[in-house]
Design a protein around this ligand. Structure first.
Ligand code: ADP
Length: 684
C-alpha cells in the first residue's frame, strides 16, 4: 500500500475513535496528548511518536509495546490500542491525571514515612508482578510513576525493559536506565541480573521519597559513578531506624546481599501498620473476558455475543481491544457499562458522530504552541513538529494544561572507558506532565472486593508462577493523609515581553540545609577529580559522555519548594484550565494546589515583574503571554535542555498571588533546583 495511504488510514483511525486534546507530557521519544475515546467517553493518554525522529530507537518502542501488551496490573499503566502508520506510532494508554510522582515529591519537599509506605507498597506490588512475568524494568524512577484519578501509582515507560530468554535469572549486559538510579554493577559494565538492579533503583526511589533528594548525586558523572560504586550515602536525621535499615538492605553494592522483591513483600517496614504483605497479583489478569462488557459491545456492534467474544479474544490491541478494556475500566470504577448510542461501533466510518468529526474542517484550537490548524482529513501532510495535533475545543479536562514544543530525541550515551560496553542511558530528562493533584491510596479492599480479586487471580497464567515464585495474594490495607502548612514571599514590578540571552542555568536549593551544605563541599571535591563532567543543564542524566563539559558548579539557594509548599494551606484540587487564559486581561483565578507556590503578595503585576527581572540574571530565555511565562534553557550545542512554565495567578483562599509551576521538558531534579532558585531569588 502506498505510504501516504497507510499514513492517512492510521490517522483516520485515530480521529475516528478518539477526540484529541492538548499535550500532557513529553518524553525522550514521545509527545503525550490527552484524548477521549468516543464510544465509551473515557479519557485516554495518546503517546505519539514520529518514526523518523525515533531512528535507531524504534526497537525500543517495539519493546515497550510488546511488554505493555503482556502486562496488566493495577499499578501498571494499561495499554489499550496501538496504531502504526508509515510515519507515526500511536499508543493509546490509560490516562493518569495526577502527574508524575516526582512532582508530588518535590511539591511536598519530602514525604512522611507513612505516606511513603503507601506509595512504596504499590511500587513493590508493580515490580513483583513485572518480575513475575519475566521482565526487568530497568528505568525505575519517580518520573516513571504516574498518579491516577484514584491516587494510585501506575508504572510507565517500559522502553528499556528486558525479558531474558532463559528467565530473569539470566544475566544482562546492556547498561541502561538513569545514572542516578543505576545499580553499581550496571555502572561498572558488569553482567547483571535485571531484578537485582531494579531493587537497587527501588532503594534510590525510596530514598528520594523519604528525603526529597537523591542519595547519589553529582554534576560530575564520574564522581557520581564513584559514589554509586562505593554505595555510600548519608542518612538524614529524620529517617527512622527502620527506614535506614531498609534503605541499607536495598542499596547493597553486592547484588547478592541486596533484598529481593519477594523479601520486600513482607518486609517489616513494608508491613508496618498494614499487618499484611503487599498484594502483588494482578486484579486485572490478561485474557479475562467480562460478560457484561461483551453484551454491551455485542448490542452496539449488532453481532452475536459469541462472535464479539471471539473478536475480543484476539487481543489485537485495535479498537476492539480498546473498547473492551475501557468498558471494563468503567465497570471496575462503578460506572455504567454503556457505550454511547450515538457513536455506533462500526469498522466503517458510518456513525453520525464519526462523520461529524471527520468532516470537521479543522478549526481545532489547542493551547499548544505547536498545534497545527489543519483539516482533520488532511492526513497526507507530514505532522508538524512531530505532533502538531489538532484539538477539539469544547472539552475542558480537569487539571490538564497545554505544553509547547516537540519532544526532543533522546540521547544514547556511550559510557566512560571503564564502562564502555553497550551503555544506553535512558533519556530520563525531557518530560512534562499534567498539573493535577496527587493523593493516592492503596485502597482498602472490602471482603467482597478481595474475594473477587482472588477469583480473578486464579486466572493468572501458570507461566507467571514458573518464572518467579511468590507467596499467595495477600490483603492490603492503607491509609494516608495529606499535610502541609506555610507561606512565603515573592515581590515584584512591571511586565511585558522580553528575550534575554541563552545560557546556563544555575541550580537552586535542595530539600534540606544539611544536604545543601554537604553538596557544596561535594561539588568542590568533585571539581578536582573530574574527568568528564556535566554542566547543570546537562545533568539531564541521559549521560552524553562523549561531551566534555565544565562542572558548572551550581549556586544552591535555600529550600524553597519545601518550605513554601509545606506552609501552604493548600487544597489539593484540580485546575480547570481556561484555554484562552493567555489572552485574558488579568491573571487566572485558581485554587491552590500542589504545583502552586503561594506568595504573600496581592499585586500580581508585581510578582510577575519580579520574576521577569530575575530570569535574565539566571540566563533563562523566556516568552511571556499575559501572566504566563514560558522559560527555556539551552545547552552548549543549541539543544533545549529545560522548558517550564511559570504562571502568576490569583488564589481565592487565601486571597494572595500564587505562582503555578509546570515542567515541560528537562531533568526533573535540575528543574526543581532551578525553579527553587528563581523563586527564592525573587522573594528577596
Ligand atoms: P518517553 O517514552 O518518550 O520517555 P513517557 O512514556 O515517559 O515518554 O511519557 C512522557 C510523559 O508524558 C510522562 O512523563 C508523563 O508526564 C506523560 N504521560 C505519559 N503517559 C501518560 C499517561 N498514561 N497519563 C498521563 N500522562 C502521561
Amino acid at each position: 500500500m502506498p505510504v501516504e495511504r497507510t499514513e492517512q488510514r492510521g490517522a483516520e483511525e485515530l480521529h475516528k475513535y478518539y477526540e484529541i486534546y492538548e499535550t500532557i507530557g513529553s518524553g525522550g521519544f514521545a509527545k503525550v496528548k490527552l484524548g477521549r475515546h468516543i464510544l465509551t467517553g473515557e479519557k485516554v493518554a495518546i503517546k505519539i511518536m514520529n518514526k523518523k525522529d525515533l531512528g535507531d530507537d524504534l526497537p525500543r518502542v517495539k519493546v515497550e509495546i510488546e511488554a505493555m501488551k503482556n502486562l496488566s496490573h493495577q499499578h501498571i499503566c494499561r495499554l489499550y490500542q496501538v496504531i502504526e502508520t508509515s510515519t507515526h506510532i500511536f499508543m493509546v494508554l490509560e490516562y493518569c491525571p495526577g502527574g508524575e510522582l516526582f512532582d508530588y515529591i518535590i511539591a511536598k519537599d519530602r514525604l512522611s514515612e507513612e505516606e511513603t509506605r503507601v506509595f512504596f507498597r504499590q511500587i513493590v506490588s508493580a515490580m513483583a508482578y513485572v518480575h513475575s512475568q519475566g521482565y526487568a524494568h530497568r528505568d525505575l524512577k519517580p518520573e516513571n510513576l504516574l498518579i491516577d484519578e484514584d491516587q494510585n501509582l501506575k508504572l510507565i515507560d517500559f522502553g528499556l525493559c528486558a525479558k531474558p530468554k532463559g528467565g530473569l535469572g539470566y544475566e544482562l549486559m546492556t547498561c541502561c536506565g538513569s545514572p542516578a538510579y543505576a545499580a553499581p554493577e550496571l555502572i561498572q559494565g558488569k553482567a547483571y541480573i535485571g531484578s537485582e538492579a531494579d531493587v537497587w533503583s527501588m532503594g534510590v526511589l525510596l530514598f528520594a521519597l523519604l528525603c526529597g533528594y537523591l542519595p547519589f548525586d553529582d554534576e560530575n558523572c564520574m564522581a557520581l559513578y564513584r559514589k554509586i560504586t562505593r554505595g555510600r550515602y548519608e542518612n538524614p536525621r529524620w529517617l527512622s531506624p527502620g527506614s535506614v535499615l531498609l534503605l541499607n538492605q536495598m542499596m547493597q553494592v553486592d547484588p547478592k546481599r541486596r533484598l529481593t522483591v519477594r523479601q520486600l513483600l513482607d518486609h517489616p517496614w513494608v508491613m508496618k501498620e498494614y499487618n499484611s504483605p503487599v498484594e502483588w497479583y494482578s486484579r486485572q489478569p490478561l485474557g479475562y473476558v467480562d460478560e457484561d462488557c461483551i453484551t454491551e459491545m455485542a448490542v452496539n456492534m449488532k453481532r452475536s455475543r459469541e462472535s464479539t467474544t471471539a473478536l475480543v479474544n484476539k487481543w489485537q490491541y485495535d479498537h476492539t481491544t480498546a473498547t473492551y478494556l475501557l468498558l471494563l475500566s468503567k465497570k471496575r470504577r462503578g460506572k455504567p457499562v454503556r457505550l454511547r448510542p450515538e457513536a455506533a461501533f462500526s469498522e466503517d466510518s458510518g456513525s453520525p458522530l464519526q462523520q461529524r468529526l471527520q468532516a470537521k474542517e479543522a478549526l481545532h484550537f489547542s493551547e499548544d504552541e505547536d498545534a497545527v490548524i489543519m483539516g482533520s482529513l488532511d492526513f497526507g501532510q507530514e505532522y508538524i513538529d512531530d505532533c502538531g495535533w489538532t484539538s477539539v475545543p469544547q472539552y475542558s479536562p480537569r487539571g490538564v494544561r497545554g505544553q509547547p514544543d516537540g519532544a526532543d530525541r533522546k540521547d544514547i550515551l556511550s559510557m566512560s572507558p571503564a564502562v564502555e560496553k553497550k551503555c544506553a542511558y535512558s533519556p530520563t530528562p525531557e518530560r512534562g506532565r499534567t498539573a493535577t493533584p496527587p493523593h493516592r491510596h492503596e485502597r482498602k479492599a472490602t471482603n467482597k472486593e478481595q474475594a473477587s480479586k482472588n477469583k480473578e487471580n486464579i486466572a493468572v497464567p501458570q507461566k507467571d508462577v514458573n518464572i518467579f515464585l511468590l507467596p499467595p495474594p495477600p490483603t492490603p490495607a492503607s491509609s494516608r493523609k495529606n499535610e502541609r502548612p506555610n507561606k512565603a514571599t515573592l515581590t515584584t514590578p512591571n511586565m511585558n515581553v522580553s528575550k534575554p540571552r541563552a545560557g546556563t542555568p544555575k541550580g537552586g536549593g535542595s530539600a534540606s540545609k544539611e544536604h545543601n551544605q554537604k553538596k557544596a563541599t561535594e561539588n568542590k571535591d568533585s571539581a578536582n577529580i573530574e574527568i568528564l563532567t556535566f554542566s547543570p543543564e546537562r545533568r539531564s542524566r541521559s549521560l552524553d559522555m562523549a561531551v566534555q563539559e565544565d562542572s558548572g558548579k551550581k549556586k544552591r539557594g535555600g529550600k524553597v519548594f519545601g518550605s513554601l509548599e509545606r506552609g501552604l494551606d493548600k487544597m489539593i484540587n484540580m485546575l480547570t484550565p481556561n484555554k484562552k487564559r493567555a489572552l485574558r486581561d488579568g491573571p487566572r483565578k485558581i485554587k491552590a494546589q500542589y504545583n502552586v507556590t503561594l506568595t504573600s503578595q496581592t499585586n500580581p503585576d508585581q510578582v510577575l515583574n519580579q520574576i521577569l527581572s530575575i530570569l535574565p540574571e539566571k540566563n533563562i530565555d523566556y516568552t511571556q503571554k499575559g501572566y504566563t511565562v514560558k522559560c527555556q534553557t539551552w545547552g552548549d550545542f543549541g539543544k533545549m535542555t529545560m522548558a517550564f512554565e511559570l504562571e502568576v495567578c490569583l488564589l481565592q483562599r487565601p486571597e494572595v498571588v500564587g505562582v503555578r509551576r509546570q515542567r515541560l521538558k528537562g531533568d526533573a531534579w535540575v528543574y526543581k533546583h532551578l525553579v527553587e532558585d528563581i523563586l527564592s531569588t525573587s522573594s528577596i
